[in-house]
Design a protein around this ligand. Structure first.
Ligand code: ATP
Length: 304
C-alpha cells in the first residue's frame, strides 16, 4: 500500500506533559482517514505537526515521501490543505473574494479554477453575500474551498462537522466523498465521534493519550462490529473443533465464550456439541456497536 503520511515514534512534550507519546501512524494514499480520539488525545497536536505549525520533541515523519528533516518538506506541505479549528475566513468578503485572497497568498499566477471550486463546494450562487452572513455550514464549506486552492493532494479537516445542524453535516459528508472520489484527494479527518466518521471513512487511526492504539480499514472495522451469535460453552477449544468441522467462522473470546458468524439452528449443532463433550450454556444474538468497540480499544468496558 502507498502511504501519503507516515510517522515514526513522533513525540511531543510540553514540559513534563507528553502530548504525543511515540506516534506511529500510516495514512494510505487515496483514503478518507478517520482520526479518532477523545478530547485531549492529541489529534490537533499531531495535525499541527503535519502542517508545520509545531515541532516534535523527538521522532520523525514523512509527507508524500519527503522526510520532515528534508529541505523539500515545505514543498510537500504546499500540496496539503487544512481546516484546523475554525476556518480562516475574511468575514467582510464574499466567497469569491475569499478565494481570490487565498490565491494571492499562495502566489498563484491567475484566478483560474475559482469558479470550479465554488461550484464544487456548492457556493457558486452566493453572489455579493459576505461570508459573515453565511450559515455555519456554508462557512465550513468556504473553509474547505479555501483549503482547496492550489489543488492539494491531501486535505486535513479538524472536527469538520462541529456545531453543524444535521443538514450541514450531510452536506459536508457529501462534499468530502465527492472530493475523494472525483479528485482523488486523500483526507485526514479528526473527530471524537466514531459514529459520525463511520459513514465516510475508509481507514481509521484510533489515538488515546498520545498513542495510536489501532489502525484498521473500514472493512476490518465492519467485521469487528458485525452481527454474531455469542455462545457460552463449557470449553471453547472443543467449540473450535466443532465449528471447523462445520465450516463456520468464529472468534474465541475466552475459555468459555465465542462469537460465531453464521445463522445456525440450535437443534442442528446441539448433537455435534454433545458428541464432542461440550455443553452449550447460552446462545444470544450479539452486535458489537461502533461505540462499544471504540471504548474497548480505549480500555473502557465494552458494555458501558
Ligand atoms: P480536542 O478533541 O479536544 O481538540 P485533541 O485530541 O485535539 O483534543 P490536543 O489539542 O492535541 O487534543 O491536546 C492534547 C493534549 O496536549 C491536551 O491534554 C492538551 O491540554 C495538551 N496541550 C496542547 N497544547 C498545549 C500547549 N501549548 N501547552 C501545554 N499542553 C498542551
Amino acid at each position: 500500500m502507498e502511504y501519503i503520511f507516515t510517522t515514526n515514534n513522533l513525540e511531543k512534550k510540553y514540559g513534563n506533559f507528553t502530548a504525543l507519546n511515540g506516534i506511529n501512524m500510516k495514512v494510505p494514499k487515496g483514503s478518507i482517514y478517520g482520526f479518532v480520539g477523545k478530547n485531549g488525545a492529541g489529534k490537533t497536536t499531531l495535525i499541527r505537526h503535519l502542517c508545520g505549525l509545531q515541532h516534535q520533541t523527538s521522532g520523525s515523519f514523512e509527507l508524500m515521501g519527503v522526510k520532515d528533516s528534508d529541505k523539500d518538506i515545505s514543498k510537500a506541505r504546499r500540496r496539503i490543505g487544512a481546516v484546523v479549528e475554525s476556518p480562516a475566513i475574511y468575514k467582510d468578503m464574499t466567497a469569491k473574494d475569499n478565494l481570490k485572497q487565498q490565491y494571492l497568498t499562495l502566489g498563484l499566477p491567475s484566478f483560474d479554477g475559482i469558479d470550479e471550486i465554488l461550484e464544487l463546494v456548492g457556493l457558486s450562487d452566493t453572489g455579493k453575500k459576505k461570508a459573515g452572513k453565511f450559515s455555519l455550514g456554508m462557512r465550513q464549506r468556504l473553509g474547505i474551498a479555501i483549503a482547496l486552492c492550489g489543488n492539494p493532494d491531501l486535505l486535513i479537516l479538524d472536527e469538520p462537522t462541529n456545531g453543524l445542524d444535521p443538514q450541514g453535516i450531510i452536506e459536508i459528508r457529501e462534499l468530502i466523498i465527492k472530493l475523494n472520489r472525483e479528485k482523488g484527494i486523500t483526507f485526514i479527518i479528526s473527530s471524537h465521534i466514531l459514529d459520525e466518521l463511520s459513514r465516510i471513512a475508509t481507514y481509521y487511526g484510533f489515538i488515546d493519550k498520545g498513542r495510536i492504539v489501532k489502525e484498521m480499514s473500514a472493512a476490518e472495522l465492519e467485521k469487528e462490529c458485525r452481527k454474531s451469535i455469542r455462545m457460552k460453552v463449557s470449553d471453547t477449544k472443543v467449540l473450535a473443533g466443532v465449528m471447523d468441522k462445520l465450516g463456520i467462522e468464529y472468534t474465541i473470546i475466552d475459555d468459555n465464550t465465542a462469537d460465531i458468524f453464521s445463522e445456525v439452528a440450535f437443534s442442528k449443532i446441539a448433537k455435534d456439541f454433545e458428541d464432542a463433550g461440550c455443553t452449550i450454556y447460552t446462545m444470544d444474538e450479539h452486535e458489537e456497536s461502533l461505540e462499544a468497540f471504540y471504548l474497548s480499544l480505549l480500555g473502557g468496558t465494552k458494555n458501558a
